[in-house]
Design a protein around this ligand. Structure first.
Ligand SMILES: NC(=O)c1ccc[n+]([C@@H]2O[C@H](COP(=O)([O-])OP(=O)(O)OC[C@H]3O[C@@H](n4cnc5c(N)ncnc54)[C@H](O)[C@@H]3O)[C@@H](O)[C@H]2O)c1
Length: 286
């Protein structure tokens, strides 16, 4: 864990809104300098303005992390500005609606590239730098409880989050196995009150809603409405963000903030159980 966040350099994707923005504000409050990365330049600028108003330091960077070359841009900008990165938070995420027979292939590509490929693109670049720095570093991959359990709903979203959790687990084993001084955690929340129901707003040009009848169906509208309702019933950011920082301070791998899903978490063999169960969960929840 960091003794404190003072002068640490944090790169946070999708920090123009929601959980990413709250993590950026929280990290800045603790003393870190933030590279606020978002697909929307104006949203990133707003987060930076709020951080600066509170006396913190931050720089905004527009980037679409679904593209490898844009993740290279994030890395290059971070190195040019700060020369290192101590905390990487892969938070940008989007969701797609529809059962497997309804959802579109372009949505599979869009959601996979943001929720999963981007984690790889970023870690592939930042981990070698963190190793080279020889300073203590942290990585937080924002996934979802959808990365641990499954549901009939939103198969694209669930499967991309499973892939992202698996990538985090493999990276955890790699970092621990090599005894690198890099902590990695995976945040797997249930619903959190954000505007994630506006996810279609974050589509890059190549994935914009087109004339596929599914996007114009009543079913699609119903899914959007349902999404809005379930998010509104989630935990508040004020509840969840302190739990994340507390878990990071404890070097906890799994960060599980919604106990109602505990019984659904799949049973694994003894070794996996150590990885999958909310090991320090009771402490965090209290
Ligand atoms: N809100 C929830 O209930 C919930 C639950 C579980 C997991 N999550 C996960 O938490 C993360 C944050 O979600 P949120 O609720 O804050 O959503 P949000 O929609 O409020 O914020 C997502 C942010 O990511 C940015 N973004 C989207 N695509 C991007 C791209 N290609 N490149 C760069 N930035 C991009 C958006 O502009 C936005 O600022 C996501 O990974 C999401 O899957 C959210």
């Amino acid at each position: 864990m960091f003794k404190d966040y003072k002068d640490k350099i944090a790169v946070i994707t999708g920090s123009g809104n929601g959980i990413g923005k709250a993590l950026a504000l929280g990290s800045a409050e603790r003393g870190a300098k933030i590279l606020v990365v978002d697909i929307h330049a104006d949203d990133a600028e707003k987060t930076v303005a709020e951080i600066k108003e509170k006396g913190g330091e931050a720089v905004a960077l527009q980037a679409d992390v679904s593209l490898s070359e844009e993740c290279q841009k994030v890395f290059d900008t971070c190195m040019e500005l700060f020369g290192r990165c101590d905390l990487l938070i892969n938070n940008a995420g989007v969701s797609a609606l529809g059962e497997v027979t309804e959802a579109t292939e372009r949505d599979l590509q869009w959601v996979t590239s943001v929720n999963y490929f981007a984690h790889f693109y970023m870690m592939r670049r930042f981990i070698p730098q963190m190793i080279k720095q020889k300073t203590h570093c942290q990585i937080l991959n924002v996934c979802s409880i959808a990365g641990i359990i499954t549901s009939i709903a939103a198969p694209i979203y669930f499967s991309t989050k499973h892939a992202a959790v698996a990538l985090s687990e493999a990276t955890y084993k790699f970092l621990k196995g090599r005894e690198y001084d890099i902590d990695i955690s995976v945040f797997c929340p249930g619903f959190v009150q954000t505007e994630m129901y506006l996810t279609d707003r974050h589509r890059p040009e190549r994935f914009k809603i087109n004339d596929d009848p599914f996007y114009h169906s009543e079913t699609y509208q119903k899914y959007l409405e349902l999404n809005k309702q379930v998010l509104a019933g989630g935990k508040s950011l004020e509840e969840v963000i302190p739990m994340i920082f507390e878990a990071l301070d404890k070097e906890q791998f799994y960060i599980l903030t919604h106990p109602q899903y505990d019984t659904l978490i799949r049973k694994q063999d003894e070794y996996e159980a150590d990885m999958i169960r909310p090991i320090d969960y009771a402490d965090v929840a209290e």
